[in-house]
Ligand binder design. Structure first.
Ligand code: URA
Length: 275
């Protein structure tokens, strides 16, 4: 039994099992709990904070900057729980680091995709706000991801992602015993014509929630599936996406310090050249 409508256990958020002071302002969000230690292996200092259900949290320092990582599990519903609870304990800037399936021919397995926005084919974001509300990534987080990918010399693409709640039917894949629906035949061709780059399962929910709650979010995913050619390579490019995510946190925290020094709300190109 909980004594309020904000479920907590011993002062910790019910699902992520973390409380105030356990996480940094900047949080990396992989889906897979096994990726939390992979991401924190690049840090200078790491403290294990919690492991409960699909949510594994580490907090520490990366190149001297405060950083956390919480896995979200697969899909919008479990990500929405993580993001709700992380906001309640002080996190504000989020970077999803995950994997994806590309639907455009020019994108190769192992490339990275930085999502500038997401088609809301999820269900979780619809619980929060009407369907017409846009799911778009924060500009500064997106630029930090681009800066990091350029700095590391990794191949990347920037554009619109489609986020679904279903890996198989929802992304037009063959289902068990040949089950299908007529719209599945037109799903990928229609999204391709609209310039959508890829499918994944969390960014639309993440972008919608962080926008509603006054936070910031971006997403970088590694292409493990090429839906045009049928190629699939588990974890291709993932190491690169992890390095970009960590570097983007360093870059953002430097930009945030610059904004504070200059008393500005946003970064913009000429701010960097002002002394
Ligand atoms: N994640 C997805 O959601 N789809 C893919 O094709 C690959 C990873």
């Amino acid at each position: 039994m909980f004594d309020s409508d904000e479920p907590k256990i011993s002062g910790k958020e019910y699902h992520i099992a973390c409380g105030p002071g356990d996480v940094a302002h900047y949080v990396i969000l992989p889906g897979d709990p096994d990726r939390t230690p992979k991401i924190s292996s690049y840090w200078d200092a790491v403290t294990f904070k919690a492991s409960h259900r699909e949510y594994v949290t580490h907090t520490g320092k990366y190149k001297g900057k405060d950083i956390s990582c919480t896995s979200t599990g697969i899909g919008g519903p479990s990500l929405s729980i993580a993001v709700e609870e992380l906001f309640r304990i002080g996190a504000r800037t989020f970077i999803r680091v995950g994997t994806t399936g590309a639907i455009q021919e020019q994108i190769n397995v192992g490339d990275l995709i930085i999502s500038s926005g997401a088609v809301r084919l999820d269900g979780a974001s619809k619980a929060y706000v009407r369907q017409e509300y846009p799911a778009f990534a924060d500009l500064e987080v997106t630029f930090a991801l681009i800066e990091a990918a350029e700095g590391l010399g990794l191949p990347y693409h920037v554009g619109v992602t489609a986020s679904t709640d279903s890996f198989y039917a929802g992304q037009g894949r063959p289902c068990f015993n040949g089950y299908d629906q007529s719209w599945m035949a037109t799903l990928i061709p229609d999204l391709k014509k609209a310039g959508v780059l890829n499918f994944e399962m969390e960014s639309a929910t993440l972008f919608t929630l962080t926008r509603l709650y006054g936070g910031r979010a971006g997403a970088i995913t590694a292409v493990i599936a090429q839906r045009e050619t049928g190629q699939f390579k588990a974890d291709a490019g993932l190491e690169g996406a992890i390095r970009v995510g960590n570097e983007a946190v360093r870059i953002l925290s430097e930009w945030d310090a610059l904004k504070e020094r200059k008393k500005k709300k946003y970064v913009y190109p000429s701010l960097f050249s002002q002394v």
